[in-house]
Design a binder for this molecule. Structure first.
Ligand SMILES: [Zn+2]
Ligand SMILES: [Zn+2]
Length: 352
């Protein structure tokens, strides 16, 4: 089988040939039909994120946003068989730790992310191994295809969980900082549950896309004072702020523009600049009872709700796809990401 692999940081990925993997007793082998090219893969390629243990030893095959078909299962796999159409969260769970048993496998003690953990190859390949398949595979509804499945993860499912974690109610003001993949997804979901969405970005084109996805107001952080603009629009602050980017400015803009008793949801991970640390206005947050909530991925049990919204047409992850690409195009996409030129999901659909 063919796979596109990171051999050295910041150097072009190489297409290599391998023997097709054999399943262990609890594994499934998936034939990829679609795999998203994600900024997280780009971060791995840059060599970022060592501070949170997400800088795998090289070489590695990236890719954690997948849709495909089961081609083989290990002898102990009971719930899936050949021909089943599936996806999986980017975070693989062990199924037996405290968090997996509590229905929060996105916090699994043995969590591994495809292409971001050493030796744990992902979906920039014709086939990939899904360990602990009964636990980690998610069956796709009849009318949700592999392309939609790839478009769901990780950005879209992350956006969904951000809205769930923010406890967004109909009519709430929800401000999304960063109108990239996660941000636009979160806008779609917030809109679907009846919130009033404000989108913040520094790029007018992205703000236009945000409007198309249902934002009722937009703020350009380059030309406007974000905190004042949001206070003005919402008459007192947004109920929920979601930072979908993860730089100091977006964290602080969000926290400072939240209504008393509101919630900030941190979805984006920080860059080399912050290396995971941002100073917060703790006294203001305390006196205003503003909550700071982390959100990681989307726990397996939440896929039911997410896929139902897609199946019924209330959410349309495919609308955020910018283009379908070939396995051999991934370097092109990475270079576009370096230049911040991507405007939506780029998804590998041709693995030859
Ligand atoms: Zn676990
Ligand atoms: Zn991703």
């Amino acid at each position: 089988m063919r796979a596109a692999r990171i051999i050295n940081h910041k150097q072009p990925l190489e297409i290599q040939n391998f023997a097709t993997p054999e399943p262990g007793p609890n594994d499934a082998i998936i034939r990829l039909e679609a795999c998203g090219v994600c900024r997280s893969d780009w971060h791995a390629w840059q060599g970022d994120w060592s501070w949170i243990g997400l800088s795998p030893e090289l070489p590695i095959t990236p890719g954690h946003e997948i849709g495909g078909v089961v081609v083989e299962v290990g002898k102990d796999v009971k719930s899936f068989q050949r021909e089943d159409r599936v996806t999986t969260p980017f975070h693989s769970g062990c199924g037996r730790c405290e968090y997996c048993l509590k229905g929060r496998p996105n916090l699994c003690e043995n969590l591994r992310i495809y292409g971001l953990a050493t030796g744990f190859d992902g979906g920039y390949a014709e086939y990939m191994v899904i360990p602990n398949a009964d636990f980690n595979l998610i069956r796709l509804p009849e009318n949700v295809d592999s392309l939609s499945a790839a478009a769901l993860g990780c950005r879209y499912m992350t956006g969904y969980n951000g809205i769930v974690r923010g406890n967004v109610k109909p009519g709430d003001w929800v401000t999304i900082h960063g109108a990239g993949g996660v941000g636009l997804s979160a806008i779609q979901v917030a809109n679907a549950v009846g919130a009033q969405v404000i989108a913040v970005d520094i790029n007018d084109e992205k703000l236009e896309l945000a409007k198309e996805e249902g934002a009722v107001e937009t703020v350009n952080a380059k030309t406007e004072n974000v905190v004042e603009a949001i206070q003005e629009i919402t008459k007192g602050g947004t109920h929920v702020g979601i930072d979908a980017l993860g730089i100091k400015d977006t964290v602080l803009n969000s926290v400072m523009s939240i209504r008393k008793g509101g919630r900030h949801v941190q979805v984006g991970l920080t860059t080399t600049e912050e290396a995971g640390f941002v100073s917060l206005p703790v006294d203001l947050m305390t006196a205003s009872e503003v909550e700071f909530i982390g959100s990681l991925g989307n726990p397996h049990p939440n896929y039911h709700g997410l896929l139902s919204l897609v199946s019924s047409g209330k959410l349309n992850p495919k609308r955020l796809i910018e283009r379908e690409v070939r396995l051999t195009d991934v370097n092109d996409v990475f270079n576009n990401m370096t230049e911040y030129q991507t405007k939506g999901f780029n998804i590998i659909t041709d693995f030859k």
